[in-house]
Every structure is written in structure tokens, then in C-alpha cells.
Write a protein that binds this ligand. Sequence first.
Ligand code: ATP
Length: 327
Amino acid sequence: MSNEIKRIGVFSSGGDAPGMNAAIRAVVRTASYYDLHVYGIYQGYEGMIEGKIKRIETRDVGNIIHRGGTILKTARSEKFKTKEGRQAAFESLQAFNIDGLVAIGGDGTYTGAKIFGEEFGIPIIGVPGTIDNDLYGTDYTIGYDTAINTAIEAVDKIRDTADSHNRLFFVEVMGRDTGFIALSTGIGSGAGSIFLPELKGEMDSLFEVLKKSYKRNKLFNIIIVAEGDNNGGATEVAKAVKEKFPDFDARVTIIGHLQRGGSPTCRDRVLASILGASAVEGLLNGHKAEAVGIVNHEIVYTPFEEAITKHKELSKDLIRLAPILAL
Ligand code: ATP
């Protein structure tokens, strides 16, 4: 292993995701194993600019593996998008002799890391931390499994009341640009229909499903809608259905930020642990400007450029099966 890197900085950035703490813990413990010093950078790029940096050691990350959120906090930073902001961030790192970075976040975080690395030559490894699962270069992102389990739990509870009252429920889950959360939640909760940003024409098929239900006087149904679907989210879908079927007792539930919180699932903790450790080992092995991920059970390093520009597709099998399973 190369011994050039001696001091690494770790930070979380963008939206928080359950499992970020497990990743931070893995970074700190792995770095310590290889005799590196680790510095926690608080509040993402904004904190880097402001010099909110503190040495963290193995014991500082005890008792956090099970906690949601991030002990390093997170933030969005407009200043980091400017050359002056990034110059100030680099000077903060120099003050602590930090010579490598681990950036935990989504594609915005990767974009900032790519530009920063190119400008100042500092090696950076990205760790995919976002509930949306929309990052190329890894089959799953940290936080996604917890988010879908939270959503499923909520839908199961709604299902009880929907069934008892013979009601139609529209449940909105997170996903502004992608339908990973909606698709898994829909399949896993046995939804009658799933609305995704990637698809069009779901409204017509929903009307067909509801017409049949109406004939059978089975008004109970659960419809999962991604917040970024093409009809304007669950409220708009429900409005359109109400206009066509005034007899339906239709209700809307927006799960919202509940999906970001909570204790990470075992899967997310294990994923975060492997990826956090592999980020440190990647830096030591000379990787830079790459995001670590797991694809087909293998640890892979994907250049930021590719991770940012390439698109991860939803499972075609799940999309095809969703209406069949809802018959
Ligand atoms: P999530 O997927 O949870 O939203 P994210 O990492 O995509 O996470 P963003 O808010 O898009 O979240 O990005 C995080 C931060 O990365 C931004 O606040 C900004 O500081 C930095 N960043 C994003 N794009 C750029 C850019 N073009 N140049 C420099 N920095 C950037």
C-alpha cells in the first residue's frame, strides 16, 4: 500500500441518509487500523470552507452504528460552487495537513468533489449516501433499504384502515427524479398501482383498475405515488380520480421526511461499513476522483465523471411485474 496519505478528512453532504454514521465509523476505524489520522469535517462543504474540522479517533465513533442522521451533520453549500469558496475550503484542509478526503453524499456531492479534486489535486473517494438509490456505480446506496422499510411499515398501517373502511389510499413516497423507492414500496406493499417519474400513462391504467373494482364494490386499494411523478404527486392523482369516481372514499398520505430518519437496517449498516472501509483502502491504494460502490457483490471504484453522468435504470422486471401482481 502507498504510504503517501497520512491524514484524511471525512464529511457528509447533501441530504442525510440512515447509515451515514455507520460509514463514518468504518472510515475512522479503518484509517486507524492503517495508522492514519482522521479529521471530521462538520456540515459538509460549508463547514470545510469555515474550517469546522476536528480530529476524530476510534472511540469517538463508538455507539453510533445504530443511529440515523450523521454525527458530522450535513449541509448544502452555495459558496462551494464558487472558485473562492473552494479556495477557502482547500486552505482549511491545508491548515490540518489533510491529504485525502472521503465524501459521503449524492451526485451533487460527487460533482463538487470532482471539481475540487481537479483544481487542487487532492485525492477524494465518494461514498454513496442517499435514500434515493439513484447513483450509478453501486447497486444500492446507503439509506435506501432503511427508507423503503420505513415506507412499507407506514403503508402496512394505512392498509389496515383502508381495508376496514373500504377506502382508496394514495400514498406519496420520496423520489423527485427517480422511482426506486416508489417501485420497491409498491411491490413490497402489494399496491394496486404505482406512479413513477420514469413512466407515463399510469393514470389510464389506474382508471381501468378502478372501474373493475367499482363493479365489484371493492373500493379498497393502495396506490403508491413517487413525489416526482408526471401527474404532480399523490394529491393531484387523487384529485383526478375523485373527479372521475366521485363515489370513491379517497385519501392522501404523504410519508415525507419520516423516510429519512430512524435507525438504519442491518443491510444499510453492513453496506455502509464495507463502503466506508473500502473508501479508505481505495485512497491508500492510489484511487482518486472515484466513487466506491458494490455491483454484483464486488467492490468497484467508478470515476466521478461516470458516476455523475451515467444513469442507473429501474428494474425492468419489477416494472413489468407490478401490474400482474396487482391483478
Ligand atoms: P442528495 O442526493 O441527498 O440530494 P447530493 O449530494 O446530491 O445529495 P446536493 O445538494 O445536490 O446533494 O449537493 C451537495 C453539495 O455539493 C452542494 O450543496 C454543493 O456544495 C456541492 N455541489 C453540488 N454541485 C456542485 C458544483 N457544480 N460545483 C461545486 N459544488 C457542487
